[in-house]
Design a binder for this molecule. Structure first.
Ligand code: ADP
Ligand code: ASP
Ligand code: MG
Length: 438
């Protein structure tokens, strides 16, 4: 008998934000009933943000952790009440999952914040996957629930676990593949994994797209589809720009460049595993599932329109020597060792004889920690709240438009294709109320 090919679908938070959205997902899946399908789901709506506030409240001892958690639980139970009868076993599955957070909150805050974060925040995906799997089973779409932590093994870095590919491949072949041979779908969580000692880890915010790519790679999927609230990959974020157009086709290279620099439609780590096995990626709309979407693949086009990615929360670190000595190789190596240790993403850099400038993602307190570590050797200045604008296939009028109302702190042109600039808004001057008076 010919082995049927495997397909991977991923549904993110916005496609699962309420009961109607979950019904819509089930309707989409009904059209793919005959497929061998692995489904990856994120937490519902903005649950991860809310769970982050539980972690913060618990760490700070504000007394708000339980009340916030209770709101999150109530939101989930409202959705479950709409979708299920009272006797459905999803109630106890969801309840047991939330209890895991309550156990953490009953203890004093763990000394390792990132560890505690992962134990709490991962529950968003565990709960949503229970609900969606139970609903699919209820509406006649047989679905097996799989714990992604049994498959995806990461290192011990909490909040940003790095996949241990050998173990993950082995577990996928041993556990996930035989499940795929049974009837129906398998459904699992995005974003989460586990250390080899079975502690839960997360893969970094918005990491569910990446999970889908990990499964696609490990299961040798025929293709992968991520279902979004946009018609496909657009020339820029429609929340920030007007006149954006959908790209029908995109090469892996274009996709990786745009997502690395902030095109939030796909998590940047998603592309590599797919490219490595030439697995095509479709980005489609869960609002218009019949739409063509965007196909990301090996195919190279040479005629792209200008595409813009904007990354917020950027920090410019201006590092200079204290005694006017040159920034020499050993300095650069020292700076980059620290950057690597702190797992900081560097988006742009420039150097002169006595100074070195870096644009980095200003996440958590990483910029401060780096500045602190550099302080004894260098003079360090931080300029925060910047935007990094990356334009591929630029045209001059597009660049002019983007510079309007902005101060450009650092700009770089890479070949003929890309311009990057770190900008901040021109400050609005206060006007004099009475002319001539100070
Ligand atoms: P998910 O529901 O999977 O979490 P996201 O909300 O993270 O989905 O991603 C979809 C959003 O990405 C869109 O609503 C859009 O605002 C944003 N986005 C940013 N850049 C682009 C782009 N180039 N094309 C399409 N959408 C983009
Ligand atoms: N729920 C996680 C987040 O919001 C992962 C994801 O949605 O991709 O970051
Ligand atoms: Mg998301």
């Amino acid at each position: 008998m010919k082995q049927q090919t495997i397909h991977v679908f991923k549904f993110g938070g916005s496609s699962l934000r309420d009961a109607a959205a979950i019904r819509n997902v089930a309707n989409i899946l009904r059209n793919h009933k005959e497929k061998r399908l692995a489904i990856i789901v994120s937490a519902m709506g903005k649950t991860t943000n809310a769970l982050e506030t539980v972690v913060e409240a618990h760490a700070a001892g504000t007394g708000q952790a339980f009340p916030i958690l209770n709101d999150i639980k109530a939101q989930h139970y409202r959705i479950i009440d709409e979708l299920f009868d009272k006797e459905n076993e999803v109630y106890s599955a969801v309840n047991d999952t939330f209890v895991e957070i309550e156990w953490v909150l009953e203890e004093d805050p763990h000394e390792n914040y990132d560890y505690m974060y992962d134990q709490i925040v991962s529950v968003g995906e565990l709960v949503s996957s229970r609900i969606v799997a139970a609903y699919l089973n209820k509406v006649g779409l047989p679905t097996q629930w799989l714990d992604a932590r049994d498959i995806i093994v990461t290192d011990n870095i909490f909040r940003e676990g790095w996949v241990q590919w050998e173990e993950t491949l082995e577990r996928s072949a041993r556990i996930a593949r035989p499940m795929m041979d049974k009837r129906g779908f398998i459904l699992t969580q995005g974003f989460i994994g586990s250390t080899s000692e079975n502690f839960t880890t997360t893969l970094g915010r918005e990491g569910s797209d990446y999970t889908a790519a990990i499964f696609s790679y490990c299961l040798d999927a025929e293709d992968m589809t991520i279902w979004k609230d946009v018609p496909g990959v657009l020339t820029a974020d429609p929340r920030l720009f007007e006149n954006v157009v959908k790209l029908d086709r995109l090469s892996y290279k274009e996709a990786i460049e745009m997502t690395y620099y902030g095109a939030k439609v796909i998590h940047p780590k998603t592309i590599k595993p797919l490219q490595n096995k030439s697995i095509p990626l479709f980005v489609k709309s869960f609002i218009d599932p019949a739409g063509e979407g965007t196909l990301i693949s090996d195919e190279v086009e040479d005629n792209y329109p200008p595409m813009v990615a904007v990354e917020q929360d950027q920090c410019l670190l201006s590092i200079s020597t204290r005694d006017f000595s040159f920034v020499a190789e050993h300095h650069i190596s020292h700076i980059f060792n620290l950057v690597a240790d702190l797992r900081i993403q560097v988006n742009m850099m420039q150097n002169s004889a006595i100074s070195f400038s870096l644009i980095i993602n200003d996440i958590d307190d990483k910029a401060d920690r780096l500045a602190e570590l550099l302080k004894d050797k260098f003079k360090v200045m931080l300029d925060r709240g910047l935007e990094l604008i990356t334009v591929r296939h630029y045209q001059h009028d597009v660049l002019e438009n983007l510079r309007r109302g902005k101060i450009v702190l650092l700009e770089e042109k890479i070949k003929d294709t890309t311009v990057q600039m770190a900008v901040k808004d021109v400050p609005v001057m206060r006007r004099k109320l009475v002319p001539g008076k100070n």
